[in-house]
Ligand binder design. Sequence first.
Ligand code: DLZ
Length: 163
Amino acid sequence: MATQLKNLSDFSHTTVPDGNAYKIAIAVAEWNADVTGNLYTGALETLIKHGVLPENIISVAVPGSFELTGAADILLKKHTELDAVICLGCVIQGDTRHFDFICDAVAQGITQVGVKYSKPVIFGVLTTNDLQQAIDRSGGKHGNKGDEAAITAIKMAHLLATA
Ligand code: DLZ
């Protein structure tokens, strides 16, 4: 599971399909907004860099990572033309068990939404022990999980279109 040797923004650009035909939504949590703002910027820029048209990208904000499941459900219900939804959040370990409940809920929740609609719903949620780990993975020394989520969305949208 360790990302010590893996930079989240390090992928082969030649193997990423062209995103020109795809419509993709991004749901971003407002908790730890400095971090999730950087995740969002990374995801948006990476989608556009790989051909997704700005007018084919829908962006919404939700209060916290717990709400990402509901957002993905609403987006896929209202926008049936979507090819993928990217969920971005940052959950940082605290003194209580809140961390475990939120991480479990969002991981299971977005998995279920993806299966419900047979559409890719991407887990772009940082789950870290402290703020520094989150900074390192949102445009810092370990890359940007937003970039990784965008590349995953394009690859899964391509799979959906071609499988
Ligand atoms: C309540 C809470 C806490 C303690 N920590 C985080 C966090 O680290 N990251 C995050 O995205 N959200 C957190 N939240 C808010 C919950 O996700 C959710 O918004 C509230 O419990 C309301 O449902």
